[in-house]
Design a protein around this ligand. Structure first.
Ligand SMILES: *Cc1c(COP(=O)(O)O)cnc(C)c1O
Length: 219
């Protein structure tokens, strides 16, 4: 199967999941995760019509996306990996959406850069739904206060919540928890679900799914 066929297959599985949950077609956005793949591998996916992409490293994204974005300006790029504050300026300059705001220091650094560069960047707050020590994200109990801080105190445009459930657990309860926290924060967007579980995530209300290997192949 070529990459275009795999992309079309993922898109039709997303449409089936939407209609299976009585949701409008297109209510779950596909973020195609192109990490570790070079521009050569990404171009056919752009040519096939995909416009929203995710990368997990700032430096890697800088090496391929400025040129690709020049050629196709309507591309929307999401940062889905951990961000260090010394990379905040680069991240704000390159990305349209930063999905991994998870602590005050990085929230302030991103807010400062958005003002300094006068570049509107939307953000998600990452929640560590499984309270995994090795994983980034704010604790579920601290989420509401952190969202209020980001939104009201430092003026970030918080679009929604994002999570990566523990790899070895049934993801359903984690998706349900993220949906509950978002409702409490009056946030409408949920970034959840990857190649292995995006259909389940859509059942639980995902408005955006981050799919890499099912489109680009194994890394
Ligand atoms: C790599 C990655 C994905 C995509 O994972 P696949 O299993 O390849 O679909 C999604 N979200 C995050 C945060 C990632 O780092």
């Amino acid at each position: 199967m070529d990459v275009e066929t795999r992309l079309n297959d993922v898109v039709s599985r997303i449409r089936d999941s939407e209609s299976g949950s009585n949701r409008a077609a297109g209510s779950a956005q596909l973020v195609a995760v192109s990490k570790t793949f070079d521009a050569e591998a990404i171009r056919p996916v752009i040519a096939a019509g995909q416009r929203v992409f995710g990368e997990n490293r700032v430096q890697e994204a800088q090496s391929k996306w400025p040129l690709l974005k020049d050629k196709t300006p309507e591309i929307e790029l999401h940062l889905i990996g951990p961000l260090q504050s010394n990379k905040a300026a680069d991240a704000v300059a390159l990305f349209d959406v930063i999905e991994t705001i998870d602590r005050e220091k990085i929230a302030r650094a991103v807010a400062d850069e958005i003002r300094r560069q006068n570049k509107p960047v939307r953000v998600y707050v990452q929640v560590n739904t499984g309270l995994e020590p090795q994983k980034a994200g704010i604790a579920p109990d601290d989420t509401e206060a952190f969202v209020i801080f980001c939104r009201d105190e430092i003026g970030l445009e918080v679009e929604g919540l994002m999570c990566i459930p523990p790899a070895d657990e049934n993801p359903g309860p984690h998706f349900a928890l993220l949906a509950k926290l978002a409702a409490r924060c009056r946030l409408e967007n949920l970034s959840m679900g990857m190649s292995g579980d995006f259909e389940i995530a859509i059942q639980f209300g995902a408005t955006s799914v981050r799919v890499g290997s099912a489109i680009f192949g194994t890394r």
